[in-house]
Design a protein around this ligand. Sequence first.
Ligand code: SF4
Ligand code: SF4
Ligand code: SF4
Length: 376
Amino acid sequence: MSDGTIVINGNSHPFKPGQTILEAAEDAGIPIPTLCHLKGATPTGACRLCVVEVAGARNLLASCSTPAEAGMEIQTESPTVVRSRKMTLELLLSSGNHDCIDDGSVKDPKALFDARAEADGHSEHLCPSWGDCKLQEYALEYGATGTAYPKTPPLYPPELKNPLIIRDFSRCILCGRCVQACNEVQVNEAISHGYRGAESKIVALGDLPLSESSCVFCGECIQACPTGALVEKKAKGIWRPWDVETIRTTCPYCGVGCQQTLHVKEGKIVKVTGDEEALPNKGRLCVKGRFGYDFIYSEERLKTPLIREDGELREASWDEALDLVADKLKTIIGESGADAVAGVSCARSINEDSYQMQKLFRGVFKTNNIDHCART
Ligand code: SF4
Ligand code: SF4
Ligand code: SF4
């Protein structure tokens, strides 16, 4: 229910009590650029990209942390706002290694970057984002080139030690989204802001590599990172958003049923992300759901049932295997009673399959000997 209206760019829009200007604008379909804002986490107003002009206010206000108030008159793209955003982007581009934008002399820097990515996506000189970067997107939109201020060279080398996550500190803009994703969304508390001033860095447990810290490799921080500072190792040089088909599905690992998006390229999964709109996980995944998709392509995968005969396994049809299991169960129950059998459902089963399994054992065989294998 609306508590009042605000005026955005000359038009009245209702807003809900407690909403920020950013949220009210989003509901009204008016885009405001953000880099540090993470939905569902405490607004920090750190990047200052979402500033708007509010009539009567002395300064531009960060829309992500300013509550909407009835009667407010807001401009989201006034010349002052656009100038401020461009300056913010220039400052961000001047710190670290943001070499995708060039110096403004290139007519179409995006096409140039894409051509470099196409030619050598695995190059260590190319930003690991491979073109999936909010900073690049906004820099191109607002005409920022990274030449307005003296460059501050990167202080820290990339961390490539673990098998799953690339941490390229030279592309980090210290927006803090990864820290919020880790601490507020996943509540893992593995990373935090470290050091001060020009030496600031996102650190894990006293500045250790992730693999030696309390990081559980859920990858939530990658999903939150708006630049090329955090990237899935397996997807680097392979995945770009416009190169893949996306398919919403249920994670195959456990009964929680997290909703995930498969990024499929030429018939193969090249990346997995959590679906931020869907329950029960609202975008969160664990290490298995996000990174454990290689088994699908394993040569060692069983493709048919196997029956053991004379100590050797042989391939069988599903009908033959199921008939054999049914016969054995009937014989054992007939000879020794229902409690002589037990069922263990696979941890990769969905909830519905596990439900049916327990129904079969309890309702048909009349035993409560059921369990769920927790290991995957
Ligand atoms: S992090 Fe973004 S802005 Fe920086 S080099 Fe990579 S693509 Fe460009
Ligand atoms: S992978 Fe997960 S636990 Fe590790 S730093 Fe990122 S969000 Fe935190
Ligand atoms: S690693 Fe990414 S999400 Fe974390 S502070 Fe740097 S740019 Fe932001």
